[in-house]
Design a protein. Structure first.
Length: 339
């Protein structure tokens, strides 16, 4: 028999049905830019944002943050990302319904833990509603100190500090490096450049286009470089983007996903290793075997790609380092086979 909820953390919102005036027209915290979210998912995302804002505001002391962090570990322990994401996708209703249920049924002392854990699960769920949860988390839990209300910003700082204290040494170091880069100033031109780097380096095609242009211009050895680079870059990128990344995504401990969400890593970047960085370094490695005198330039360009992935909040430095290593190792293995 289903028990009655022990507490309603956000009663006026958690119990409001989807589509009701209370759930859809109440004042919402400053939402993230809407251009990345389909219009039909925006109301759902706003509902998740409201609950997240309320629960972060309730974290008002280091002791409260420690209670929330402890409960997060209890809720997420012993389960893999793939399993928890499937459970979230199978839950009735949409992502906002699930997050509101978590707020209604969570324990009063650490209700934010249930909400954050459910939001993380919905963000990685194989569901059409996942972008709504991910978008809301990106709006309310950015890497910088930009939560929508002073109370939510305070709760965010306290909770991030509590999560860092409970991490292992290497994971804490990786997280602090991430924050030190991601919290650098983000002027508009830098954001545009970082997004542009992400766009043009997807799949490693920029290397092949560059070599094709060099071939048209008659650059020496460009034909040989293209024939060598094509299978190496495509093979290395494909291996990292599909079987390797898919395996890590399914088997990754779910607690890591929740921690990343709290710290402020972009929810749509829950992937290990970094595919963009693997593509960049596979290209730099292979092209350097043909033009060794220009290797520093090629690796500097590849490093810019890796840096940009941290800067935009998509990956931790560890993701980037492993992606770069795998890209070079797989590309070299293919090069030796082809050569």
């Amino acid at each position: 028999m289903e028990s009655e909820p022990t507490n309603t953390c956000t009663p006026d919102r958690a119990t409001a049905p989807s589509g009701s005036p209370e759930s859809d027209s109440a004042a919402a915290p400053s939402p993230a830019p809407p251009n990345s979210l389909p219009a039909d998912l925006k109301p759902e995302s706003v509902r998740v944002e409201r609950v997240l804002t309320d629960e972060l505001a309730a974290v008002d002391s280091p002791e409260a943050a420690d209670r929330v962090a402890e409960r997060i570990e209890q809720l997420a322990a012993g389960i893999e990302e793939g399993t928890r994401g499937t459970q979230a996708a199978d839950a009735p209703g949409d992502a906002a319904d699930a997050v509101e249920r978590a707020a209604a049924y969570g324990p009063k002392a650490a209700c934010a833990a249930d909400v954050l854990t459910e939001t993380a699960a919905q963000a990685v769920a194989p569901s059409v509603h996942a972008p709504a949860a991910a978008h809301a988390a990106g709006a309310i839990l950015p890497p910088g100190d930009d939560a929508p209300t002073p109370e939510a910003r305070r709760g965010r700082r306290l909770l991030s500090a509590a999560m860092l204290r409970r991490m292992g040494r290497l994971q804490a170091l990786d997280t602090m490096l991430f924050l030190s880069i991601n919290r650098l100033p983000h002027p508009h031109v830098a954001n545009v450049m970082a997004d542009g780097i992400t766009l043009v380096t997807t799949g490693g095609w920029i290397w092949l286009l560059g070599l094709a242009a060099a071939r048209v211009k008659g650059v020496s050895d460009s034909q040989r470089a293209f024939r060598l680079a094509a299978p190496c870059i495509i093979g290395a990128t494909s291996a990292v983007e599909w079987p390797i990344k898919s395996l890590f995504r399914r088997k990754r401990p779910f607690i890591d996903v929740v921690r990343a969400l709290v710290i402020g890593r972009r929810p749509d970047g829950f992937s290990f290793p970094s595919g963009h960085t693997a593509a960049a370094f596979s290209g730099a490695w292979i092209v350097s075997t043909v033009y060794p005198q220009r290797a520093p330039v090629f690796f500097a360009l590849a490093s810019c790609v890796g840096f940009s992935r941290i800067y935009v909040g998509a990956h931790y430095p560890g993701d980037v380092l492993v992606g770069a290593t795998l890209g070079m190792v797989i590309a070299e293995a293919i090069r030796r086979f082809v050569h």
